[in-house]
Design a binder for this molecule. Structure first.
Ligand code: PEP
Length: 251
């Protein structure tokens, strides 16, 4: 049985006091939810304060990015030991916004995932096609490229700690979510790739989140799909109410 995982990606939103308010509101509303794994990913500047709130609660802390070196002259970067030290159990890597605006590639995603795993932090590895890829019937090619190269060299043991987020770029922040059929088709394909790369056990146990305009009114149909094991939520994670409803929609 794969445990459903709902993660909120706050992106570059929320100052420290806003982050504290949001984390407190989520914690208050979801304190009794054990069936779903709940993760919040605030910006770096709020990690420490949000950690104080979620510490010893059912809410886990995640970061939105990491650099693969441990320490040194890498101005502006944050390492996996630093994330561990501030309380992160998860970290998003390869988000499409990082691929689009910051030159993230499968190769850098791979290095980041390995650095996180060394520290015992679970990477949430984002993959997914752009609209032009889908229109050109290249959806599966892009997914295969992202999955095989981002996870290259990981062991079966590593894969127990990896979460994959299928995020079609055309669905992110657009209000247009993938249909449940489109999501299921992509997730099933990702699971088949994992079987080829690793084995059937890894494929069956790997959690694959869907991301892209997830809202309280579409979570139920998405999560009902056999291979959809959760959601990575952007816009709807910025207020407690919709995020809480999304989590509750998975119960
Ligand atoms: C995201 O940024 O990961 C995301 C899925 O955003 P949204 O939910 O706003 O589409």
């Amino acid at each position: 049985m794969r445990r459903v995982i709902i993660a909120g990606n706050w992106k570059m939103n929320k100052n420290i006091s806003e982050s504290i308010d949001l984390a407190n509101a989520i914690k208050r509303s979801l304190y009794n939810v054990e069936e779903v794994e709940i993760v919040v990913c605030p910006p770096f500047t709020s990690l420490s304060d949000v950690n104080e709130i979620v510490l010893e609660s059912n809410i886990k802390l995640g970061a939105q990015d990491v650099y693969w070196e441990k320490e040194g002259a890498f101005t502006g970067e944050v390492s996996s030991p630093m994330l561990k030290n501030v309380g992160c159990e998860y970290c998003i890597v390869g988000h499409s916004e990082r691929r689009q605006f910051f030159g993230e590639t499968n190769e850098t995603v791979n290095k980041k995932a390995k650095a996180l795993l060394k520290e015992g932090i679970m990477p949430i590895v984002c993959v997914g096609e752009k609209l032009e890829d889908r229109k050109a019937n290249k959806t599966f090619d892009v997914i295969k490229d992202h999955v095989t190269n981002s996870l290259a060299g990981l062991t079966k043991e590593d894969m127990r700690k990896v979460v994959i987020a299928y995020e079609p770029v055309w669905a992110i922040g657009t209000g247009v979510n993938a249909t449940k059929e489109q999501a299921q088709e992509a997730h099933k394909y990702i699971r088949a790739l994992l079987k080829d790369m690793f084995d059937g056990t890894v494929a069956e146990s790997a959690r694959i989140q869907y991301g892209g305009s997830v809202k309280p009114d579409n979570i139920k149909e998405l999560i009902s799909q056999e291979d959809v094991d959760g959601a990575l939520v952007g816009g709807a994670s910025l207020k407690a109410d919709p995020f809480v409803q999304i989590v509750r929609g998975c119960l």
